[in-house]
Design a protein around this ligand. Sequence first.
Ligand SMILES: [Zn+2]
Length: 676
Amino acid sequence: MDYPKQEKEKIRKRIEELKKEIEYHNYRYYILNEPIITDAEYDRLLSELINLENRFPEYLSLDSPTQRVGIEPVSEFSTVEHLTPMLSLSNAFSDEELLAFDQRIKKMSGIEKIEYIVELKIDGLAVALVYEGGILIRGATRGDGVTGEEITNNLKTIKTIPLRLWSENLPDLLEVYGEVYMRKSDFRRLNKERENQGESLFANPRNAAAGSVRQLDSRITAQRKLDIFIYRAIFTNMEKKFTTHQEVLNYLLKIGFKINPHTRVCKDIKEAIEYYHQWIEKKEELDYEVDGMVIKVNSLALRRELGFTTRSPRWAIAYKFPAQQVTSIVKDIVVQVGRTGALTPVAILEPIQISGSIVKRATLHNEDEIRRKDIRIGDTVIVQKAGEVIPEIVKVIKEKRTGQEKVFIFPEHCPVCGGKVFRSKEEAVARCINLSCPAQLKESIGHFASRDAMDIEGLGPAVIEQMVDKGLVKNISDLYFLKKEEIQILERMAEKSALNLLQSIEESKKRPLSRLIYGLGIRFIGVHLSEVLSKHFSSIDHFRKITKDDLLKIKEIGPKSAESILLFFQEKDNWWIINRLREAGVNLGGEEKEKIKEKDLPLKGKQFVLTGTLQEFDRNKAKEIITRLGGRVTGSVSKKTDYLVVGEDPGSKYQKAIDLNIPILKEKDFKEMINR
Ligand SMILES: [Zn+2]
């Protein structure tokens, strides 16, 4: 549709207004922690903007807050040159070196007393952001200091990085440096999720932040919770307006940047050293990792006078916190079996105190690590604990060996269930792949009962915990042989809830094969691959004779998943369980499935989006029906969407579908469609 010029101009102005307003509320919320509108009001502004941008894509611009969600992956990053080289700092390792630093400055400048500004040194990833006319145009990693990798789209997903700045009076060109980091709490959550999914863990928050910010797919970056502190600015035409670094930081905060609140001006080096010592212990209270302090001259005039050496500024120095290392003795090495079956060797130590906590164990990561460091039972070792990292053994003091030390032999069988241990070529981790291994049982039952799997209502963690501890359930198939009397002995389980639970267990027998495959918890096989597998192999029995080639012929299946599938179905115990499921009447695919020919799939190739609450179906059920009939459910409305199914209280998808002229189905219409 052609809009009159005036109309279009109005819309362009409204988009500009909305962008400014939304970024301002981001600033109030994320930087100042002082929101002035409700979440609902904020969502309204955002959805108005999304709408207008969809209708008038010519006005979609790089600085729009709608661009924070990440975009299509790139194959590699391009390199960019920093406007000014990002120099590294020289280091001090003792108070004396800091005093010497102060002496040098006094001597060079002839000034008696130097004022310093002291900042926490955040343990993250240094980045440079460039703003032109107040708009973020580029973001890059530090790289070698001269050139870095261009990661603008990834950095845009960090909510505390302003896409545009606030002030009437902004520099034409501004480059700021900051440290991207992951909060300790988010790091723990991320690692927990990865552990549950059988993925490798990040060693510490810094690695997690660096790995997240350097993702080729910025949509993954957007899912990781990252944050930033800005600590330096380079202006083209305003530097002379400020006399101290502190004024610069205050200004940066005012125009939209996040500044660390613990930065402090110290009247002399003595006060700076005192401030440093306060933080050695206090840093543990922060939700982010700090590995030292940076001491900078506060006066900008003095900085200009001092200048730079070839490698670093003369007016700043980093003072790292001491690494906490203590010696101990390895009393034993034991193997723990994690919830995903991973076998982790752990050193049992003579108890020691590090950074205020007692340490009795240290992780040895895996077999290779033990061999590489040549750690033996009885060895005297140096143990280190830094921040979020689990205590680890840095090295063996071999001079202290007596010849009595014992070399550790990694077990070939799971120490918990006696099942065979498998070690894949690609990863160093050894795993127990026995489905009924008690070490993994609670987790695997929970997964089996989860909504995307067999969806057994009422079978939550507390119930599972008791069932396993009381020995009622030794593997997933036991669920189907439970009796009411057995369930009733569990705590807080009245007769009615026992009956309800039995009822939902009964109902779960009818779930489609894909849900069962997913529920088995085969490594690397998520919801999507389970659906793919169930489409290719219509019955579980097909997996008996399957070969790696059969699997690799399927385009979605890579070598890693293929190997994992084979391993799972080669395990005899797992077939014993599958056969008990068969005995109980659980749907394992088969004839019924084969009856549905492609031409009988009425929704074949159709894309659906769901919004609002449906009366008769929950999301999963509606999704399952659509998929069974050959359709597909996606998360957001686009031109490719064929139908939007609308329930009560629809979200912004509803308006979007109207705007894009996409057919809308009420629940009644949808029911008709699936019943035909
Ligand atoms: Zn086991």
